[in-house]
Design a protein. Structure first.
Length: 365
């Protein structure tokens, strides 16, 4: 027996194939709000994956931005010493595979997104059940979300089956190549770790207020784990405090590692385009976000995101610098970095104030 859905969703290349990215594709399919595809970028010849279309993006990219922001992933920051924060592990970003995020495949995140979108689901780890459960779901016109088993693998969306062979719209290399080819998974090869069977549409268990609450929790955790203060101390100890002779004796690999950690802290988790797209489209998607006072707060929050984006961009350029050769300029560099991190810390304090105001408004509605 075989069956396949007409699932022709282009996944956003704003992130890797994380759970939020796959979930957004499934959501727009189930809600029947996806575009006619394939979609091209402007008048160009490349496929559009929502990378620069904030004004009129593909719906999948809009919901990726919303889900990724509401689950809190986009508010995470790594510590300057490279140690994963507890909140990153809870959300599922601690096993980062590159690009901007990890899989975000923890129960904490997955249960929130299903509850936020308003769908029941079942998580199945028993491989003996995969074949029948997948076939039944496809036959009922619902794709299946699956976490792949190989080390470093992410998630995929199963859209069809032919005996033990599964059809998957799994765009990892395809995102880079701008193609829309399907790939296959063989059940007998134990390629799947977990599947998620989508149930009935129900009243959402989580709301916009809950999403803002998760962002608040994550920002507060950055302060409780002293992400910024420890970063300032590291910059001071590595660049400002040492004498000229001590700096010359510092191992070049250690300096390069510090440079990489500094850059990753400011750029690896944070994606301003996703954040701004989410804020831009909140009032268009959620009625409760349309309160006039909330609209002003979204604009204030967007300005904070723009400030953070400037630092993330600058940090990316810093990663090209051979820090062991900045010599006499190291103190100036160090003080500049310390000032930047202090401003980033203060920007998050502003964001926390704005989010608290938004939560208060939603409480009173």
């Amino acid at each position: 027996m075989k069956n396949a859905l007409n699932f022709n969703i282009q996944f956003s290349n704003l992130l890797n194939h994380s759970f939020p990215n796959c979930f957004a594709g499934v959501y727009v399919y189930l809600e029947n709000i996806f575009n006619e595809l394939p979609k091209k970028c402007g008048e160009g010849e490349t496929w559009c994956f929502g990378c620069a279309c904030k004004a009129h993006p593909d719906p999948q990219s809009v919901y990726l931005a919303l889900f990724d922001t509401m689950c809190g992933r986009n508010s995470l920051y790594w510590r300057f010493d490279g140690v994963m924060t507890e909140i990153a592990e809870l959300i599922g970003d601690a096993s980062g595979i590159g690009n901007w995020s990890g899989k975000c495949g923890t129960d904490y995140t997955i249960d929130f997104l299903f509850g936020f979108a308003g769908y029941e689901y079942r998580k199945i780890n028993n491989a003996a059940m995969f074949k029948d459960e997948i076939a039944a779901s496809i036959d009922s016109s619902k794709p299946v979300l699956a976490e792949l088993a190989a080390d470093g693998s992410e998630f995929c969306v199963i859209t069809g089956y032919d005996g033990d062979t599964l059809v998957s719209s799994y765009y990892v290399t395809d995102q880079d190549n701008n193609t829309q080819e399907k790939c296959t998974i063989t059940l007998s090869n134990d390629e799947i770790k977990t599947i998620y069977i989508i149930g009935n549409k129900v009243t959402p268990r989580y709301t916009l207020k809950d999403g803002l609450g998760r962002i608040k929790l994550i920002i507060e955790s950055s302060f409780s784990e002293k992400t910024w203060d420890d970063g300032i101390d590291q910059i001071n100890n590595i660049l400002v405090n040492p004498t000229d002779d001590e700096f010359k004796e510092t191992n070049a690999d250690e300096l390069a590692a510090f440079r990489n950690r500094f850059t990753e802290t400011l750029t690896n988790q944070f994606n301003s385009h996703i954040y701004e797209m989410a804020l831009c489209h909140l009032p268009k998607v959620y009625d409760e976000a349309q309160h006039p006072a909330l609209l002003d707060l979204w604009n204030e929050l967007s300005r904070c995101i723009s400030r953070l984006n400037n630092y993330a961009f600058a940090a990316g350029n810093f990663n090209k610098v051979n820090i062991s050769r900045i010599g006499l300029f190291r103190t100036g560099f160090g003080k500049m970095f310390m000032s930047a991190v202090e401003d980033i810390k203060n920007t998050h304090l502003e964001m926390l104030k704005i989010i608290n105001q938004a939560i208060d408004i939603l409480d009173k509605k």
